[in-house]
Design a protein around this ligand. Structure first.
Ligand code: UD1
Ligand code: MG
Length: 463
């Protein structure tokens, strides 16, 4: 079996990002650019992955924190060839029959299929290059081919290219599969006598030709697979491409997207059958929507599981929660971390739920805060009910047992238990546990004042 090692170049500065954050840590689809490249690299099941880092220092390995990777620090950065040299001591490939695949940490969307194709063309005596035809090739290294045979003879960087070479539209993506048998030898021979005074990895192409090694070019399915991120504008463009692709995959699976151009998936969205998603929703982390779930417009769901048949009405914000079957959430609901709703629970407009379990069939339909609570079955929480869970120093639990009816505008001062079957009169402040099956209320008696006169407006002098 061939050995496959992958070297990911990620030491560059990313000056045009105008940011304190190292370029490869900027997010695309909810995760760092480098994490996309790593996922693709892992999908190829290589024997080893080495990331060359430099600018941004230890922030890069710290942010990625993966013990299966090796890291090679490149300081200073003297070019792409110099970068691969730094990885050599970390690669288990000396003199072996294998190949080293070079990827860029700032080129996030290369598909696994394209790389498999590239690897398949390369071999013991073949160097595989991923090239792409661009209408505007400016800035890229040009693929120079022999005018008679059409075979690749070299790559020239734009800054070193002659006017006729600059006309060439076939460009170097930078991604290549290099036979290990030659890798060290070629890298050792690199020189920096070029315009940029850098050790160009691309110079190994001419060396390969000289050594009788075949150079095979492969093209990606889509040109955007090889587009790198150098600026916020390019990052935004790639984000749109990524989102369009992710929306297409959802449509193929049978998800109804009212407008595939207006959905953002920044993580993993797992959908059952007949899921419907209205416009401008954002999904972050891992979101699971089971069969028949509907998500209304402008909703944001992060790390939530919604069981079959539930409906999230527009403008709802949900995080780190589990929702049962046939629930109704929103519009304008805020479901905060630690919320567990059983089946057929209704959470209505302007209701906030945090770190609470609500059992089947219970409802809080309007303007409430339910925090650190355990709510039983078939409970009705009236409009404006607040669990007062915080005394300014500590948080306490509220327990509302089965079949309780809480009248509107009630404050439940935790810790407190509203025992099963209790009815709480509207406008009550409940500070003590209530007995079961009784009406409990705390409210000043209503009085009416005899002979009371409504004040009248004082006149402002004569008019
Ligand atoms: C490189 C290629 C060029 C190709 C282009 C594609 C060379 C000499 N040129 O040019 O043919 O068309 O990419 O985008 O290889 N990096 C390091 N250490 C370094 C220098 C670069 O890690 O010392 C990393 C960068 O972080 C980046 C990648 O290598 O991820 C490419 O570097 P960049 O400076 O963008 O290369 P270009 O000069 O654009
Ligand atoms: Mg450069």
């Amino acid at each position: 079996m061939y050995k496959l090692n992958i070297v990911i170049l990620a030491a560059g500065l990313g000056k045009r990002m105008n940011s304190a954050l190292p370029k490869v840590l900027h997010h695309l689809g909810g995760k760092p650019l480098l994490a996309h490249v790593l996922d693709t690299a892992r999908a190829l099941s290589p024997d080893g992955i080495c990331v060359v880092y430099g600018h941004g220092g230890e922030a890069v390995p710290q942010a990625i924190a993966d013990a299966t990777l090796t890291w090679a620090r490149q300081m200073p950065q003297l070019g792409t060839g110099h970068a691969v040299m730094q990885a050599l001591p970390h690669l288990d490939n000396a003199g072996k029959n294998g190949m080293t695949l070079v990827l860029y940490g700032d080129v996030p969307l290369t598909s696994v299929e394209t790389l498999k194709k590239l690897i398949a063309t390369a071999g013991e005596k073949t160097l595989g290059l991923l090239t792409v035809e661009l209408t505007d090739p400016s800035g890229y290294g040009r693929i120079v081919r022999n005018s008679e045979t059409g075979k690749i003879s070299a790559i020239v960087e734009e800054k070193d290219a002659s006017p006729s070479q600059r006309e060439v539209r076939e460009t170097n993506t930078g991604i290549m599969a290099i036979p290990d048998r030659y890798l060290r030898e070629w890298l050792n021979k690199l020189e920096n006598n070029n315009v940029q005074k850098e050790y160009y990895l691309t110079d190994i192409v001419a060396m390969a030709v000289k050594d009788g090694v075949k150079v095979e070019a492969t093209q990606p399915h889509h040109a955007w697979e090889t587009v790198g991120v150098n600026s916020k504008a390019q990052l935004a463009e790639l984000e749109r491409i990524y989102q369009k692709e992710s929306a297409s995959k959802l449509l193929e699976q049978g998800v109804t997207l009212i407008d595939p151009g207006r959905i953002d998936v920044r993580g993993q969205l797992i959908c059952g059958r007949d899921v419907e998603i209205d416009i401008n929703c954002i999904f972050e982390g891992r979101v699971q929507l089971d069969d028949g779930v509907k998500v209304g417009a402008h909703s944001i769901l992060k790390n939530v599981k919604v069981a079959a048949g539930s409906v999230v009405a527009p403008f709802s914000l949900m995080e780190t929660s589990e929702i049962g079957r046939n629930c109704r959430i929103g519009p304008y609901a805020r479901i905060r971390p630690g919320t567990r709703l059983a089946d057929e629970v209704h959470i209505g407009n302007f209701v906030e739920v945090k770190n609470s379990a609500i059992a089947a069939g219970s409802k809080a339909n309007h303007l409430s805060y339910i925090g650190d609570a355990i709510v039983g079955k078939n409970v009705n929480v009236g409009a404006g009910t607040i669990t007062c869970n915080y005394d300014g120093a500590n948080k306490y639990q509220t327990i509302i047992e089965d079949n309780v009816f809480v009248g509107s505008d009630t404050q439940l001062i935790a810790p407190v238990t509203v025992t099963q079957g209790s009815t709480i009169g509207a406008g009550s402040t409940i500070t003590k546990d209530t007995p079961p099956e009784k009406l409990t209320l705390s409210r000043a008696r209503q009085i009416s004042i005899e002979g009371w006169q409504r004040p009248v407006k004082k006149s402002k002098g004569n008019k």
